[in-house]
Design a protein around this ligand. Structure first.
Ligand code: PAP
Length: 343
């Protein structure tokens, strides 16, 4: 099912022309670099899953080569504008939710309940992606999204004149379990679905999509401490615990604060309801739709599994959980960032 919003939207190229973007010269340049990158995934070169066996390491992070071309293209050509808002996350950390919330907040005066694109479109398709090869910016809504680690973002974003960034992260145990489930739903890549144990070993060694997970989180965490007015750092667990508070903070940070009148009329609650797991996961487009072929091939329902805090308890042994907690403690060190690793 092609979504109505994505097929009608009128995005303009922001990096380079489509011809240039797709030119075999550009593609070959990046592919040549990618072919030289380390691929030793910590001794697990034959997990049986093409998805995990094709990861390569670039600037200290692990990528599937398809997504890396887009990252490189953005690094070379992307020019941030001060009005841009970049929605960032490590995979499976609440991206879908954060995309829906930011989109609903920014566009709230443009649509009514039934005309909102989120009703007919997977949230991922509502925001142009920085690391997709066809780069474009919606002139009306200045939102862009990426999984790219902070240190590998285009310089025009991280420079002093760059744009605002909102970042969502999640307890690594839940992020891992969510990633493993998702990977099993990508039939196109896998001959054999990867076992939980093999995926766990890789994750602990830092070999995960856009991982090491902890380095991804720390990059944005440190940036949020250094430039709090430019980088907003949110935990999935906090957003779950007090969604009203964090949605208001998010709106304010992005420059779209709710007026007292809007608050009185329940605009915050309406957005929360629209973007809730229950609502989004039950929409026809998210139950039975497919992402367009240019994106990662997945059924839309793969992005909606449980949407709960602490589901790791149903999948990880006590030893596995302790090991991840220890790595998390060690990696976060004295950064000041904590997940509630005792739960
Ligand atoms: P992505 O990085 O591939 O875009 P992302 O959205 O970050 O995926 O992660 C998916 C997780 O968010 C899933 O978690 P689970 O596997 O533990 O269930 C998914 O269920 C959850 N999720 C999706 N939409 C929402 C939502 N509206 N509210 C809360 N959680 C959500």
């Amino acid at each position: 099912m092609e979504s109505s919003f994505s097929s009608k939207r009128n995005h303009v190229p922001y990096i380079c022309s489509e011809e240039e973007n797709n030119s075999s010269k550009t593609q070959n340049k990046y592919r040549e670099i990618i072919s030289t990158l380390p691929r030793d995934n910590g001794g697990y070169t034959t997990t049986g899953s093409k998805l995990f066996d094709n990861l390569c390491c670039y600037q200290g992070f692990w990528y599937h080569s398809n997504s890396l071309e887009g990252v490189m293209l953005a690094q070379e050509h992307f020019k941030a504008q001060p009005s841009d808002i970049l929605v960032c996350s490590a995979p499976k950390s609440g991206t879908t939710w954060l995309k829906a919330l930011t989109f609903a907040i920014v566009t709230r005066t443009h649509f009514n309940d039934s005309s909102n694109p989120l009703v007919t479109t997977l949230p991922h398709e509502c925001l142009p992606s920085l690391d997709q090869k066809l780069h474009n910016r919606n002139p009306e809504f200045p939102l862009l999204a990426t999984h790219t680690p902070y240190t590998s973002l285009p310089k025009s974003i991280t420079s002093e004149l760059g744009c605002k960034i909102v970042y969502m992260c999640r307890d690594p145990k839940d992020a891992f379990v969510s990633t493993w489930h998702f990977a099993r739903k990508l039939p196109i890549y896998g001959q054999e679905p990867i076992s939980l144990e093999a995926a766990f070993e890789l994750f602990c060694k830092g070999v995960s999509f856009f991982g090491p997970y902890w380095d991804h989180v720390l990059g944005y965490w440190k940036a949020s401490l250094e430039w709090p007015e430019r980088v907003m750092f949110i935990k999935y667990e906090d957003m779950m615990r007090d969604t009203v508070l964090y949605v208001k903070r998010l709106a304010e940070f992005m420059g779209y604060p709710f007026s007292s009148e809007e608050e009185r009329e329940g605009a915050v609650e309406k957005i929360i309801e629209l973007c809730s797991f229950e609502n989004l996961s039950n929409l026809e487009v998210n139950k039975n739709g497919m992402r367009p072929p240019r994106s990662l091939v997945a059924e839309n329902n793969a992005f909606f599994r449980k949407g709960k805090v602490g589901d790791w308890q149903n999948h990880l042994t006590t030893e596995m959980a302790e090991r991840l907690n220890q790595i998390t403690d060690q990696m976060l060190g004295r950064s000041g960032l904590r997940f509630d690793v005792s739960s």
